[in-house]
Design a protein around this ligand. Structure first.
Ligand code: MD6
Ligand code: FE
Length: 205
């Protein structure tokens, strides 16, 4: 990889054990009973994303034709988002270097053909706080670019249990998920396998 220290991009491969990953999956599955997955859509075009989403924590990221924003309630049920699992609060405290706890955990659920286009995480007012992400299930090809959409990019494969942190300058770098590699993990239960779950922890305000 190289340059990790310079850009604030920090991969932490194999951060969570298989047992810890299982615990996180259980938390996600339980929370989805109360806060079901929704399909976000692009502002303006209304085009649906191929990834489904939900959230943990006091605030959740939502996307619809009006725009992208953080909301304290689920867009469909109107209920508050489920509490953040303790293991995620511990992860944030251990790696983020930030003085306040995370306010949002976005749950991204990928099917075998889902992808996530190049984007910058820019909907948080707390622009200096890092974003910490956890990969669960099938491997994915993650793409990290630079400050411009056409900056040179590199790809890395993220496996189940890997953590990556976008801090410093990389916090505002374009990134996305080119593809997942279906059938490369046995972690997730039906109906999430083949597939991948990514959790991103954020400070919003
Ligand atoms: C994903 N991750 O891995 C998508 N954003 O499924 C992200 O968009 C992301 O991993 C900010 C920081 C870390 C990430
Ligand atoms: Fe992102």
């Amino acid at each position: 990889m190289g340059a990790a220290g310079e850009t604030g991009f920090r991969p932490l491969p194999g951060y969570f054990s298989r047992q810890q990953q299982g615990g996180l999956v259980q938390s996600v599955v339980e929370s989805l009973q109360a806060a079901p997955l929704f399909t976000p859509s692009m502002p303006r075009t209304g085009k649906p994303l191929s990834v489904q989403m939900s959230n943990f924590g006091p605030l959740g990221w939502v996307a619809d034709q009006t725009g992208y924003r953080y909301e304290p309630e689920h867009p469909v049920t109107g209920a508050p988002w489920p509490a953040m699992p303790p293991a995620l609060l511990e992860l944030w405290a251990a790696v983020s270097g930030w003085h306040q706890p995370p306010q949002a955990c976005l749950i991204n659920v990928y099917g075998p053909d889902s992808r996530l286009g190049l984007h910058v995480d820019a909907d948080e007012d707390a622009r200096d706080a890092p974003v910490v992400s956890v990969s669960l299930g099938d491997r994915a090809r993650f793409r990290l670019g630079g400050p411009l959409r056409n900056s040179p990019s590199r790809s890395l494969v993220l496996s189940s249990g890997d953590v990556v942190m976008l801090g410093g300058a990389s916090r505002r770098f374009f990134h996305g998920v080119d593809r997942i590699y279906p059938g490369t993990s046995t972690l997730l239960p039906a109906p999430f396998r083949p597939g991948r779950i990514n959790l991103t922890l954020r400070r919003v305000r």
